[in-house]
Design a protein around this ligand. Structure first.
Ligand SMILES: [Ca+2]
Ligand SMILES: [Ca+2]
Ligand SMILES: [Ca+2]
Ligand SMILES: [Ca+2]
Length: 309
């Protein structure tokens, strides 16, 4: 995960900022050993010296003397330190007069001028990346919030940015699951997702027991009317996708997944065997939908055995 913390010396400020301090306590679910600094920027300067490190120090000559006349020959010292014990990233920008190694005495000297016209001259950022701990649990969340202090004044906290892991696919159902093409078939479907939420659905249809084909792909609709051909028999199947791309488990030939759990296994086989020879209309054990549970249905389950599991 990559984070950036932005800061700005407000356009209404009366003087450039000489010192900016940023602290950021990193979420307990992050693996600090994977921490790496990214680039640092302020005004028109891009500082890449600390990229890939876990901290360090860099001295950057100020180049904004035309905007801030008092800045001639000044530098900004940037120090980044990751305290593993408190899980805190400390970043300090300090304007320094290299002749004295102290902050400049001119009151209008400083590395970050007021962000006049919002043109970027008074903006800065730090960036870093850090990875989640290994094998995170579903719904683990990663919260980040930084605190920024200008010239020892009041501390401003940023918005809290939250990322959450969604590791499980959604589920969905369609009704009815079968119908005759003699009249339009009104279909309704719905889905549930634990995490990011259902994004869309794909609806499959099987005509007269043939393998399923896509009817509606990745639709956000939850109902539609299917117009078939008179005398033909149709089976319907839905699977859903969530907002981070987890797709509901689906057998390669969904006809064979009698109990609709996404996997063709001995449960499905047992249901076909226990109904073997019986007549039914639209029962899931009648895989082909021809009204009888027979060896054709059994063969489809056997050929698909293990699919989606
Ligand atoms: Ca957390
Ligand atoms: Ca999910
Ligand atoms: Ca199954
Ligand atoms: Ca059949």
């Amino acid at each position: 995960m990559t984070y950036a913390v932005f800061f700005e010396n407000l356009p209404a400020a009366t003087a450039p900022a000489q010192e900016v301090r940023i602290t950021d306590v990193l979420d307990p679910d992050l693996d600090l050993s994977t921490f790496e600094m990214g680039d640092i920027a302020f005004g028109n300067q891009l500082v890449t010296d600390l990229v890939g490190t876990q901290g360090g120090y860099v001295r950057v000559p100020l180049t904004n003397g035309d905007i801030v006349p008092d800045n001639a020959n000044l530098v900004v010292d940037i120090e980044v330190r990751l305290d593993f014990g408190s899980r805190t990233l400390h970043t300090l920008f300090r304007t320094i007069d290299p002749l004295t190694n102290n902050p400049p005495t001119a009151p209008l000297a400083g590395f970050l001028p007021p962000n006049v016209d919002r043109d970027g001259r008074g903006e800065g950022r730090i960036s870093f990346s850090v990875q989640p701990r290994a094998n995170p649990a579903h719904l683990t969340s990663y919260a980040n919030q930084a605190a920024i202090t200008f010239d020892g004044e009041q501390t401003i906290v940023t918005n809290t940015w939250i990322n959450a892991l969604d590791l499980t696919p959604p589920t969905s159902q369609i009704s009815p699951r079968h119908g005759l093409g003699d009249q339009p078939i009104e279909l309704n479907w719905a889905g549930q997702d634990d995490g990011s939420g259902v994004k869309d659905f794909t609806i499959l249809v099987s005509e007269n027991g043939a393998p399923y084909e896509v009817w509606l792909e990745q639709t956000t609709q939850t109902s539609a009317v299917f117009n078939g051909s008179p005398g033909n028999f149709y089976l319907f199947y839905v699977f859903a996708r969530d907002n981070v791309g987890n797709v509901q488990r689906t057998a390669a030939d969904p006809r064979a997944d009698v109990n609709r759990d996404g996997c063709v296994d001995d449960t499905d086989l047992a249901r076909v065997l226990s109904s073997f020879g019986s007549f039914c209309t639209g029962c899931p054990e009648d895989v082909t939908g021809d009204g009888v549970v027979d060896d054709t249905d059994l063969a489809i389950v056997l050929v698909s055995f293990g699919s989606g599991c």
